[in-house]
Design a protein around this ligand. Sequence first.
Ligand SMILES: C[S@@+](CC[C@H](N)C(=O)[O-])C[C@H]1O[C@@H](n2cnc3c(N)ncnc32)[C@H](O)[C@@H]1O
Length: 377
Amino acid sequence: MGSHHNGDRASSSNGGAALVDKDVDFAQYFCTYAFLYHQKEMLSDRVRMDAYYNAIFQNKHHFHGKVVLDVGTGSGILAIWSAQAGASKVYAVEATKMAEHARTLVKENNLQDVVEVIEGSMEDVTLPEKVDVIISEWMGYFLLRESMFDSVICARDRWLKPSGVMYPSHARMWMAPIRSGLVDQKKGDYDGAMDDWYNFVEDTKTYYGVDMNALTKPFNEEQRKYYLQTAMWQNLHPHQVIGIAAIIKEIDCLTATVNDVLEVRSNFSSSITMENTRLCGFGGWFDVHFRGRKDDLAQQEVELTTAPSVDDGTHWGQQVFLLHPPDRISEGDCLNVSFMMNRSKENHRLMEVEIGYEIRQSSGRSLPTLKNKFYIE
Ligand SMILES: C[S@@+](CC[C@H](N)C(=O)[O-])C[C@H]1O[C@@H](n2cnc3c(N)ncnc32)[C@H](O)[C@@H]1O
């Protein structure tokens, strides 16, 4: 993944809705994955690496003598591990030129007889046989950003044997109320940008004789979106979580369809667990599990979580949705939240989010429901 302000991680499916222009998709999305610095960032994420490493090497029975497909192999790391764990054949599919680097690594590690690197979009590739295992690291910010899971679904439906296993096998999205000083900082930035605009309008009128004020409204909307409504990348401290976290989506990777992940809708409640604090927003994260399948379980189940953590932060961090203004809130209060996330119409790899929430105070009083719109860019 690129910079922490929502860089890109990568696919080329049709998003389940509108048709996607592959050239545009390549320019906007895949391109970043062609850089080694980007792959290195993922390869340096110890939580991510340990989880996949343990999932493979503690469950060698799923790999030994088996045919494996790695969807989006990048540097080839998961394909190489699969081969080292005893796979008889690994197809490693990668859309970008990173495939060439993967090929180099495969050769240097003496696995060229087992791992076949194929440069191409998963959706376009034809394999000579069906596979026993599909492994992929497809997760974007807040799980579904990038919509790369579509490509995994496509691969599964075309190439996985009926008895096949998915790595990971399950995924969940989580959400919790949080406190954060960022809410004040962003509001300050936004106010500063608007003050600057008003000065600009005045100066333009004074010095150049043109009144720009008619553009104040659209400028304001633009700045609000940028400073106040764009979800932020954060590595939250667990102490910033002020209420019970809720699961808002569960995905069985063996059976989920694109339709199942086009939209996420959840109504949940969260009890506030911190005395006299501020509700500054909501934090969203995900976890995935490697459990094998019901009739062919993992010997050692592995979890990869991106929950707020002091020592085990990941490059995914959490996505933070800030509320302006924040509300005073205290232990015993309860939040009723309605959450909705859809793909952006302009770019199926980006997301739009609506969060409605109502505070029920421990006194029994309810505050009016507030609705907020956000963009995961
Ligand atoms: C998050 S990276 C993971 C890379 C590597 N598997 C790892 O774990 O380090 C996802 C990779 O999948 C590739 N990718 C995404 N969608 C793809 C598709 N539809 N076909 C082929 N490659 C794809 C991207 O270019 C990127 O290199």
